[in-house]
Ligand binder design. Structure first.
Ligand code: HEM
Length: 519
């Protein structure tokens, strides 16, 4: 690197001095970097392999495996470097509760929203504040049990239409990709429920591409993020058009055309201080949050059930019995108030959904420490947190602290736990001020979709794994996090679908989600 054009090393005193200075600077930078890690209190520190970049690659591509290996070496609280950020990772349940329930605002989400909205959707830092300051807090009311009254009728109708179309098109050889089957249904139904019949449902595949590749977008590396950027441009254009149309119609709009949540969200986004680019980006960001975990959870619920026919049969039996006993007229279920699926008639299904969330949820809430403070651990010890550090509550690791075969899907785990008084770890929605505002909507959608599918269709996996399907995110299993993650969009888990023998109908053409199709 220091040779001249002829490959000779510098020999003049000036060039020798320049080389020595450069090398000294590099050594100082690396030394400072490691000292910076060491200088912050008694927490165990993960020493990164690559200076300056830290553990960013491992974190972006195999986050939970990375955390798991660190936890086994360093315990339930440790510090690592992700890029140039010092990140404190906590897996200790008392410390997790302390962080998520912090009321002092010393642990802030603002920078995280700024970073993610900028990397994923190019939203400006000022506009990104609409998320933590307005859009997310107002979702507490929009998506509360009372708010769901405005969403659920259209959502149920959309799910019902979807399953009916599949029923018409499926025959004994019908082979579906699980990710598309559940993804289209959930994306379509929640979109119609929240944004109305004019929402462009054809954005599903672009949403899916952004969701599957969001780590590439976050990494900012051009060649990795090229295809997701095309998806992003398309979804922004279509959602932008949807907003323009909705705002144009606004004075004449009826709740049929634009449901209550959409009206309220668009009223905020029509703020003249927001540029069109920021406005569209903010709504796509919101849409991503609305669907991402919900679609992923539905995928894993069906994957676990398909992989375990005995459990699938038990869930189906409960559904059949409860429907024939309490809802002999199916329309009465479709029109029932929110919360009806949480009753004892669906206790086994409820437990299966909780178990799916325990095993498949990947969210690790992050906060920025804006003033020096401390956290208390379950041992009673306190750990200092320094201003400028970031702290992440590792909910997946907490869920895997379950003592009884944590890596095996047991649909009745929570039912048995409730009856025996055993506490099974369960915090998929987070906790405190930032607890998931969409949890009631997510639970309703997951259960209603499962009920409709199992009532009308017979499902079986095309490829059997021959062994229990464990968590996609832990080490030591036959496929890696990335391969499993990609299953959602690429090679995938296929399934056969037939109309259930209890509801025979003639076969017809296969349905796909289009902007007109799911209404
Ligand atoms: C199975 C599906 C879902 C899971 C596992 C899930 C999980 C979570 C978790 C763990 C948090 C806390 C993040 C933190 O503390 O930083 C959260 C926040 C949030 N979730 Fe969900 N979520 C799901 C579905 C939804 C849906 C369908 C919506 C609907 C819009 C939604 C809206 C929100 C909102 C608005 C917040 C932010 C709350 C805030 O910062 O004040 N979620 N979610």
């Amino acid at each position: 690197m220091f040779e001249d054009a002829y490959g000779r090393l510098p020999t003049t005193p000036i060039s020798l001095a320049a080389v020595t200075l450069c090398m000294a600077l590099v050594v100082c930078a690396i030394g400072r970097y490691y000292l910076q890690l060491r200088s912050h209190g008694p927490l165990p520190t993960v020493w990164p392999v690559i200076p300056i970049i830290g553990d960013a690659f491992q974190f972006l591509y195999t986050p939970l495996q990375y955390y798991q290996s660190c936890r086994s070496k360093y315990g339930s609280v440790f510090r690592c470097l992700i890029g140039n950020r010092r990140m404190i990772v906590i897996c200790d349940d008392v410390a997790i509760q302390g962080v998520l329930r912090d009321k002092s605002r010393i642990l802030s989400t603002t920078t995280i929203h700024e970073d993610v909205s900028a990397a994923l959707l190019n939203v400006s830092p000022t506009a990104s504040r609409y998320l933590p300051d307005i859009l997310l807090p107002m979702s507490g009311d929009l998506l509360s049990m009372t708010g769901l009254v405005h969403i659920i009728p259209a959502l149920n109708r959309s799910l019902h239409n979807y399953v009916e179309r599949i029923k018409l098109s499926a025959n004994s050889r019908s082979n579906f990709l699980l990710s598309t089957f559940v993804g289209e249904a959930i994306y379509g139904a929640v979109s119609v429920g929240v944004f109305g019949d004019n929402y462009p449902l054809s954005t599903f595949f672009d949403f899916e591409s952004i969701d599957a590749n969001f780590t590439n977008l976050l990494s900012g590396i051009p060649f990795l993020s090229r295809s997701s950027k095309s998806s992003r441009s398309r979804i922004l254009a279509k959602v932008g058009e949807y907003i323009d149309d909705a705002l144009r119609m606004a004075p004449r709009v009826t709740s049929m055309q634009l449901p209550d949540p959409a009206q309220k969200l668009l009223a905020i986004l029509s703020d003249p201080d927001l540029s069109k680019k920021d406005r569209d980006g903010l709504l796509v960001m919101y849409i991503w949050g609305l669907h991402s975990s919900n679609v992923r959870t539905a995928f894993w619920l069906f994957a676990y059930l398909l992989n375990d026919p005995a459990t699938l049969r038990l869930v189906r039996d409960e559904i059949d019995q409860t429907l024939s006993r309490d809802f002999p007229d199916f329309d009465s279920l479709l029109n029932a108030p929110p919360g009806v699926l949480d009753g004892p008639g669906f206790a086994y299904l409820t437990s299966a959904v909780k178990e799916t969330l325990r095993m498949s949820s990947v969210i690790t809430p992050v906060r920025e420490v804006v003033e020096d403070t401390f956290i208390t651990l379950s041992t009673g010890e306190t750990m200092p947190l320094r201003k400028g550090e970031f702290i992440t509550a590792n909910l997946p690791m907490y869920h895997y602290s379950e003592s009884d075969s944590p890596c095996n899907f047991r649909a009745d785990r929570y039912l048995v736990g409730e009856k025996s008084g055993k506490k099974v770890p369960y915090m998929p929605w987070g906790s405190g001020e930032h607890v998931c505002k969409g949890r009631f909507l997510a639970i309703h959608t997951l259960k209603m979709f499962t009920i409709m599918v199992l009532r009308s269709l017979d499902l079986s996996a095309v490829t059997k794994t021959g062994q229990p399907l464990t968590s996609p995110y832990l080490r030591g299993y036959e496929t890696t996090f990335m391969q499993r993650w990609q299953m959602r969009t690429h090679t995938g888990l296929s399934l056969y679908i037939r109309p259930s023998i209890r509801s025979q109908v003639p076969s017809a053409s296969q349905g796909v989600l289009s902007d007109e199709g799911n209404h």
